[in-house]
Ligand binder design. Structure first.
Ligand code: HEC
Ligand code: HEC
Length: 202
């Protein structure tokens, strides 16, 4: 298993901790926090819960997943002009700290605007669609959508962002995972809408 905390930073924290009176957060998070204020907060929000649906909420996502995505943007495996531009000004050595920072933030629930649609989404999320071979999302992303290191958290994510990702998997624009490419291709537009509606209110 990959180590979650950089051992050098951890040691630095252990040395600094008694001096800080025990109240200080890990040094890792403090450095990352400073970076995020200027570099990430304008789009992802100060607490990782962006308010604009084009920018994903990052709060509470697994740090290993976040780290994988940062690497995917910087290597070109995942495409987005805005993220790629930001990351050209970030030292890749800071990726771990950034991922850990957002992983520790408290996620906020989104809003359901269409309860009927969300109810359809819930059925799809939990059971999939056996006729068309759509697997149950819950099987990987967890029944409560909380996710883990391998399968990202979806609960509370913006409708617009979820819809865009499903479309990007389908079109091949996002080619970071063959499983999700298949899921994206099998979903109809109506199913994707229903799922996005349900997910945002989870
Ligand atoms: C100018 C706006 C902007 C800024 C600034 C920005 N991002 Fe992003 N970020 C985006 C957009 C847009 C996406 C979604 C891209 C897509 O549609 O695939 C994204 C996606 C991500 C993702 C993937 C999330 C997921 O659920 O897969 C991570 C991780 C991320 N950003 C981290 C960061 C970090 C860390 C910073 C600061 C160093 C940052 N971003 C700064 C716009 C921004
Ligand atoms: C077999 C496991 C599996 C199933 C089933 C599955 N997913 Fe995923 N999903 C993944 C993995 C793995 C990723 C991360 C892929 C990557 O790195 O791009 C992912 C990523 C996503 C993302 C992007 C999240 C983000 O923050 O950018 C969305 C949205 C998503 N899945 C929605 C769904 C929906 C909706 C369903 C059900 C119809 C579903 N998934 C079923 C494995 C699965």
């Amino acid at each position: 298993m990959r180590r979650l905390v950089n051992p050098i930073v951890l040691r630095a924290w252990m040395i600094l901790w008694p001096l800080g009176g025990g109240a200080a957060a890990p040094a890792l998070a403090v450095d990352a926090a400073q970076l995020t204020v200027t570099m990430c907060a304008p789009c992802h929000g100060a607490d990782g819960n962006s308010t604009d649906h084009t920018f994903p909420k990052l709060a509470g996502m697994d740090q290993e997943y976040l780290l994988r995505q940062l690497k995917a943007f910087s290597s070109g495996r995942r495409r987005d002009e805005r993220m790629v531009e930001v990351l050209t000004t970030v030292d890749p050595a800071d990726f771990v700290g950034l991922a850990s920072y957002y992983g520790q933030m408290q996620p906020k629930q989104g809003k359901v605007t269409n309860a009927e649609l969300a109810a359809k989404g819930k059925v799809l999320f939990e059971d999939g669609n056996t006729d068309t071979g759509v697997p149950a999302c819950a099987g990987c992303h967890q029944p409560d959508g909380r996710g883990n290191a391998r399968f990202p958290r979806l609960a509370g994510q913006h409708q617009g962002y979820v819809l865009k990702q499903l479309a990007d998997y389908r079109s091949g624009r996002r080619a970071t995972d063959p499983l999700m490419t298949t899921v994206g291709k099998r979903l109809t537009d109506d199913e994707a809408q229903a799922l996005a509606e349900y997910i945002s209110g989870m």
